[in-house]
Every structure is written in C-alpha cells, then in structure tokens.
Design a protein around this ligand. Structure first.
Ligand code: NAP
Length: 338
C-alpha cells in the first residue's frame, strides 16, 4: 500500500482507517497525478487492476506501491476496496465505472465519462440505482483558483460575461499513443476539447444551443485538432481551440462588458500559474495555486465523502451529461479541413 506523506491529514472512515483505492489500468495519469495527489490527500492504494500481471507489477515497482495486482473484474469486486479510479482509455470508461458501482464502490472515472451522451446517461442511472457516488475526473472545479473565478463572475467583477476564449493543446509525439486511435475513443475533442466545454457550461450556467466547428484529421483517423464556436444564447459564446499537435497551451480569457480575466491554466494549474483581472485601466495579478499536483484537492474532497459521508461536490450526476451532449453536438457540426 502507499502510505500517506508525513503531516498529511488522513480522512478516516468510521472505523478509523483511510480510504482504500483500486486503480483500473496502469496509466500515465495514474502515475503522474493520481498517485502523488492521493499521497497528499491521505488515501491508500490496495490493488492495481491490469490486463497483464507483468505491467501491473512494473507499475507497483515504479511507483513504490505495496499493493497487489489483479484483473479489472477482480479489482472492482474486492471487499477491501472503498473507491475505484478508472484510468483506462476512453472506450472502457463506462464498462468499468458501471461494474465498480455495481460492486459497491465509489467511482472516480477519467474524462470523458462516456463516448456518447447515452453512455453517460446509463452511468448516471447506475449511480442512482446503486447509491454510489460517481465523479468525472475534472479536477479544476475543486481548486481555489476556480472558487475565485466563480465568485468574480457572480460579482460581475468584469461586468456581464459575454465570451470565453479557451485553448487546450499539447504535443503527443508517440504514434502508438491511445489518443490517435478512434477505436479507443481517441481524438483531441475527447481528450482536451472537453475541458473548455466543461468550463464554459459551468461558468455560463447553461447549455450550448448550437455550434460550428472545423477539424483536422490525424493519427489513425481521429480529430487531431479542432476549433469551435458554441452559442450559449443571449449573445454569450465559447470559442475554443484544442489539439494534440503543438506545444502545451491552456491560455484562457473571460471577456466581460467591463473588463477581462486571463488565466494561464484554468485546468491543471501549478504554483507558477496566474489569474489576471483587467478592468478600469487596472491590472491585478493573482497566484492562487498551492504547490501540489492538480488532483489533490479533488481527492481530498472525494476521500472525505467516502470516509465520512460528507456532502459530495461536483458529482457527475449533475455535471457530466451536458458536457457529453455538447461534445456530441460539436461532432455533428464538424467541417473537415482539406
Ligand atoms: N483528468 C486528467 O487530467 C487526465 C489527464 C491525462 C489523461 N486523462 C485520461 O486518463 C485516461 C488514460 O490516459 P493515459 O494517457 O494516462 O493512458 P495510458 O498511459 O495510455 O494508459 C492507459 C492504460 O489503460 C489500460 N488499457 C486498457 N485497454 C487498453 C488498450 N486497448 N490500449 C492501451 N491501454 C489499455 C492499460 O493498462 P493495463 O495494461 O495495466 O490494463 C494502460 O496502461 C484517458 O481516459 C485520458 O483521457 C485524464
């Protein structure tokens, strides 16, 4: 098992033990973000579900984990697991998130929760039926930076919010990466386009009514890049650009009637990232991000819900279906670049 770092507050269950997790899939995101965040949040990993014992054991060794390795099916059914993190490619999310909830586990599932709105609807129904909480792994609504942003918009610090311009690009060099394969639910829109869409829905507090989009095909036939405009009604719109072919760029602007807010990274901010408020000829730069990996606040919150039955925040039940529908709408509006 991984042990929480010294000085970390461990959310304990009613019997006094920390929340016990299973990871499904020996994914990079589990190594790079989930595990270091879970260490700070005070949970433990008891098992890693893998298609292969060999890669499962290598994952344990690489990450200094004293857990065991089992199949996905065994992991979701175990009695010594409270919560399951589904970190597989996108085509397996709904199958294993559903199986874990049916196995009596709380579930944190990677984004996008499903490949279609109907997969997401089905998962929400399983959560309601089993009474198990379900989260889609968008970490940013749990951040202090997000709370600041939501309050600034509600207080009309930059007037009426009219337009959001948001980018999420990064470079995927490896041709074998899961993002290049349509059969695994790859593509830029599923991988990173979902972030600006989720952000805009939460900030506008409504659903997009229409969209226009262009895309460039790459890899084995996925959208390698996509630019889109989404109409949120009353003149409000999201313009976003996402892709897998250029240097990381998460810059985002929120344009209001009386000023603007600029974020260097609203999605996975580090302690170096800034949020800049510009209005009335003044510019205020804020740094609100603690020096910890970006899943930490989300995992602290989830562990306290699972251990102590605290009220849950940002459950998929309320947040996920609108994003899945918006992604589906953008897909039906694609015009392909020649
Ligand atoms: N929330 C975020 O910030 C964030 C960031 C990055 C990625 N993600 C999401 O996390 C998920 C994993 O992404 P990743 O880049 O970390 O993936 P990855 O490194 O390629 O790992 C995916 C894992 O899934 C398992 N798997 C099952 N079927 C597979 C198949 N047919 N091909 C390849 N692997 C398969 C493998 O584990 P076993 O062989 O052990 O079964 C593999 O190690 C994706 O859904 C992605 O969208 C989220």
């Amino acid at each position: 098992m991984i042990q929480p770092e010294q000085g970390v507050h461990v959310p304990e269950s009613s019997d006094g033990s920390p929340v016990r997790w299973a990871i499904i899939g020996t994914a990079n995101i589990a190594r790079w973000n989930f595990l270091p965040s879970l260490r700070l949040a005070g949970g433990i990993v008891v098992t890693v579900g893998s298609r292969s014992r060999e890669s499962g054991r290598a994952f344990l060794a690489d990450n200094d984990l004293q857990a065991d390795v089992c199949s996905y099916a065994e992991a979701v059914g175990r009695d010594d697991v409270d919560a399951v993190y589904v970190a597989t490619p996108n085509h397996l999310h709904s199958q294993w998130a559903a199986a874990a909830m049916e196995g009596g586990k709380a579930v944190l599932c990677e984004k996008p929760l499903g490949r279609t709105p109907s997969e997401v609807e089905d998962l929400i129904a399983v959560s309601a039926c089993t009474g198990q909480p379900l989260w889609e792994a968008f970490a940013f609504p749990f951040h202090e930076q997000w709370r600041f942003l939501v309050e600034a918009i509600a207080d009309q610090v930059v007037g009426e919010l009219g337009e959001i311009q948001s980018n999420f690009h990064f470079l995927v060099r490896d041709p074998a990466n899961i993002r290049w394969d349509p059969a695994l639910g790859g593509g830029a829109l599923n991988d990173v386009g979902c972030y600006p869409i989720h952000l805009a829905r939460l900030l506008f507090g409504s659903e997009p009514k229409d969209a226009a989009a262009v895309m460039k095909v790459g890899g084995r036939g996925v959208d390698a890049e996509c630019q889109a405009i989404l109409d949120f009604g009353s003149g409000r719109r999201l313009q976003f650009s996402c892709g897998l072919e250029r240097w990381r760029d998460t810059s985002t602007r929120l344009l209001g009637s009386g000023g603007e807010i600029r974020l260097t990274d609203p999605f996975h901010p580090t302690a170096q990232d800034t949020i800049t408020v510009i209005r009335d000829g003044h510019t205020m730069v804020h740094r609100l991000v603690p020096d910890e990996p970006s899943f930490t606040a989300m995992l602290r919150s989830i562990c306290s819900v699972v251990a102590q039955r605290r009220p849950a925040q940002h459950l998929a039940n309320g947040d996920a279906l609108g994003t899945a529908r918006a992604l589906a709408m953008v897909r039906t509006r694609f015009v392909e670049w020649p």
